[in-house]
Design a protein around this ligand. Structure first.
Ligand code: SF4
Length: 329
């Protein structure tokens, strides 16, 4: 019988102007379909550093400029620097955020941008752009939380990037839940449930995590949790390769293949080939496998997060690019 899966809510930092507040410099809010869809499934942690330091809404825009060897936040229209206010806000406020499972940052913002933020050569209004970097808030946030999955709303328009991000944040939330329960049994259950997912993402890290869970050294449970937590982010460092995902699908297929008709087997292998060539989304292969898992009552596979790493109502394969398949080439 199919289980109704309950997903623990990831704690996600989100720039407040994305779907939460009309706090941009021009008094607007960024409408974002996937953040709107995500809201019921997460615990959002939002800030608007520029509004919070008193720049007001609407306000004259600020920019990052080079000033005496470091980066400064400068408002061209008023000729004022806001670097000190922003840096003290960042160090005080980042420390108050608590545990996070991920971050969605506003792209290109001199405060929140996580990459490719324009940096100007000086405070001269006519100064040319001479580099790119991170906004001041993003820098403070990501140096305090170097391991969290972090993206901007522009990149998350791509299905493949978004799916990987969702997988990472919901897995981290599930780990936090296991850690809060705190027994080795909870850690073993977490690891077992994620085995196929980890196998698809990074087999070598999966084996290292497995060794930690086996705990041959008989370490105290909190130490095992701590070591596991330190290693877990490496699983999600890269979007899985299509070939690795196919291997996992074949592995799962092996649990059912004996009980299938030869026509069903060859149909599945054709689907796999189409997925490998990027002509079909991963979900097409997973759906067929899931129907067999239900038919043959495959308990081990039924509980694998690989088939449902995040709430299925968040699946929306429309995106800005071509990535309807869930892996790199
Ligand atoms: S990008 Fe950051 S600082 Fe700018 S409006 Fe959005 S939340 Fe505020």
């Amino acid at each position: 019988m199919a289980l109704v899966q309950v997903f623990p809510k990831p704690r996600i930092f989100i720039s407040r102007c994305i779907e939460f507040d009309a706090c941009r410099w021009n008094g607007a809010m960024i409408g974002c379909d996937f953040v709107r869809a995500l809201k019921p499934y997460i615990e959002p942690v939002t800030r608007c550093p520029e509004a919070d330091i008193g720049l007001g809404v609407p306000r004259d825009p600020v920019r990052l400029v080079r000033q005496e060897g470091s980066l400064a936040l400068y408002q061209v229209a008023t000729g004022r620097f806001y670097t000190d206010e922003m840096r003290s806000y960042c160090s005080a406020e980042v420390a108050r955020l608590g545990e996070l499972d991920g971050a969605i940052l506003k792209e290109k913002s001199p405060s929140c941008g996580n990459r490719d933020v324009k940096i100007y050569a000086s405070a001269d209004p006519k100064a040319a752009q001479n580099g790119k970097g991170r906004g001041l808030w993003a820098e403070a946030l990501l140096s305090t939380y170097p391991d969290i999955p972090e993206e901007n709303e522009g990149r998350l328009n791509n299905f493949t990037i978004r799916e990987h991000f969702y997988t990472a944040i919901f897995t981290r939330a599930a780990f936090r839940e296991a850690k809060a329960k705190g027994t080795m049994k909870d850690l073993v259950a977490f690891h077992t449930r994620n085995k196929l997912l980890f196998m698809a993402c990074n087999q070598s890290v999966m084996r290292d995590l497995g060794r930690l869970v086996a705990n041959h050294e008989q370490l105290p449970t909190p130490e095992v949790f701590a070591a596991y937590q330190a290693l877990l982010p490496r699983i999600f460092q890269k979007i899985p390769r299509r070939g690795a995902v196919v291997n996992v699908l074949l592995h799962a297929f092996g649990y059912c293949s004996q009980q299938l008709e030869s026509g069903e087997r060859s149909h599945f292998l054709e689907l796999l080939e189409a997925y490998q060539q990027g002509r079909l989304p991963l979900s097409a292969c997973q759906t067929v496998l899931q129907s067999w898992i239900a038919r043959f009552d495959q308990e081990y596979l039924r509980n694998q997060s690989f088939f449902q790493p995040y709430p299925p109502s968040l699946i929306d394969i429309s995106d800005s690019g071509k990535g309807a398949g869930s892996a790199r080439e």
